[in-house]
Design a binder for this molecule. Structure first.
Ligand code: EPZ
Length: 419
């Protein structure tokens, strides 16, 4: 178990280089399976989810090395088709490997990635899409036996929900399929553009990513490539919220401001001065923030659900009331008990959270309920008087590289200890 100990109320100030994106790295790593070659992936953040992905690739027969944020994967002999239960459960998003294994090796055996702290994480859209492409999938009490003896066939797929993972799995399954695949109501998150850019650099033919309709023309084979993963837009929001809540000033470097367009206006709304450069963002916060007003999460380019816990924590000490409506996941408020234990005044009514700003929070012992809930606890601890201890079962390390070192470098009093 990991404990984060924070002595709050320090004003954060300084400069940080942003890490690579977890949610872009994972599908790109899965995609290396399709190349049967050597791929070099730069700016891959050192996270437990990335390490688990490399463990899965190794189990499938890849030769993998990882050093200084660069992963080198040789999938020449990656003929494996099974991800065992232990590996599947170690990383909730391991379902992203299904389309790649099926496409590369004609069959795949994976277990259902159970629910998580955000509630049930159904994969019905992943499975129905692969079945439409000709896969046979049998569900033996949680173990999925999938096969596509004659290969996968391109077709038109209309997603009732613009699911990020389902869009990624269909892309992974269709780049080597026979014929054309059209995805309608595709997810538009920037991480999907990285997957398409990487695959196209390997010889795939993917068009329309970032829009509602993606078209993939299957090709015979792919070759290896060298690629650099985009910066992590949610980690960017994390450090911006952490700085804003302490009345501080932060320059974030190696960021893609266009990926943060859905959230940047809210920093201005709460009273921060924002300077947006080509690849950096400078935030200067007032002593006390205004309320955010009403924020409703949605599919990109809507307000990202992953930033919701971060903004709720930031608004807990603002002037006035802020209202949040969570429209993507149905139980993404479990972390709010922790914020209220720190002295916040937040009430939840179904998918709506009402935050009444209080002058300050007070240190206490709290728990990280999930990845972004854990980040919300850190933001709460940074603006709480005295000492906050966050007990974490490994959630924060899944998405944040060197978070304590980074926060200390801009003036926070935070340390981490394993117990
Ligand atoms: C991705 O999860 C991200 N994870 C999540 O980030 C992010 O919150 C989410 O997209 C939304 O942006 C990764 O990229 C690894 P979805 P994913 O499929 O793909 C429903 C983080 O903090 N749905 O877009 O699982 C689903 O229940 C994580 O880094 C179905 O009903 O999200 C949800 O309500 C948390 N059936 C909605 O769609 C399906 O088959 C959106 O889910 C699939 C999804």
């Amino acid at each position: 178990m990991t404990e984060y100990i924070i002595n709050g109320k320090n004003r954060l100030s300084g400069k940080l280089k942003l890490q690579g994106s977890k949610n872009a790295s994972l599908p790109v790593l899965a995609a290396t399976l399709l190349t049967r070659s050597k791929c070099v992936i730069h700016n891959c953040p050192d996270l437990s989810d990335v390490r688990q992905s490399l463990n899965i690739l190794t189990a499938l027969g890849c030769d993998c090395t990882y050093e200084d944020n660069t992963a080198v994967i040789d999938s020449t002999n990656a003929f494996g088709t099974e991800i065992n239960e232990q590996l599947m459960c170690a990383m909730r998003s391991s379902i992203i490997f299904l389309g790649a294994i099926l496409s590369a090796n004609g069959k795949a055996t994976v277990s259902r990635p159970g629910g998580c702290e955000l509630g049930p994480r159904p994969i019905d859209l992943h499975l129905s899409s692969l079945r439409k492409m000709g896969a046979e999938i049998f569900d033996f009490y949680g173990k999925l036996e999938c096969s596509a003896k004659n290969g996968l066939i391109g077709c038109e797929i209309v997603l009732p929900i613009a699911s990020v993972g389902a869009t990624e799995n269909i892309i992974l399954a269709s780049v080597l399929a026979k014929g054309k695949t059209v995805i309608r109501n595709a997810a538009k998150e920037p991480e999907i553009s990285d997957l398409a850019d990487f695959l196209n650099s390997c010889g795939a033919n993917i068009k329309g990513v970032g829009g509602v309709t993606i078209t993939i023309h299957g090709v015979e084979r792919l070759h290896g490539a060298e690629f650099s993963v985009q910066p992590d837009r949610i980690v960017a929001s994390t450090y911006l919220c952490a700085t804003a809540v302490t009345g501080g000033e932060l320059t974030l470097c190696e960021v893609k401001p266009s990926h943060l367009m859905p959230v940047l206006p809210y920093y201005t709304a709460v009273g921060c001065k924002m300077k947006i450069g080509e690849s950096e963002i400078k935030l200067t916060a007032p002593n006390r923030l205004n309320s955010t007003g009403t924020i409703v999460t949605g599919e990109y380019p809507g307000f990202p659900t992953d930033a919701q816990p971060l903004f709720v924590a930031m608004s807990s000490v603002s002037k006035g009331a802020s209202v949040f409506e969570e429209k993507i996941f149905n139980s993404r408020y479990r972390y709010i008990d922790g914020l209220n234990k720190l002295g916040a005044d937040i009430s939840v009514h179904d998918s709506v959270a009402v935050v009444k700003g209080v002058p300050t929070l007070y240190g206490a012992n709290v728990e990280a309920t999930d990845l972004r809930g854990g980040a919300a606890m850190i933001i709460g601890g940074l603006c709480a008087k005295d000492r906050t201890k966050i007990i974490d079962m490994g959630h924060i390390a899944r998405g944040y590289e060197n978070i304590t070192e980074n926060l200390v470098s801009i003036g926070a009093e935070i340390k981490v200890q394993e117990t």
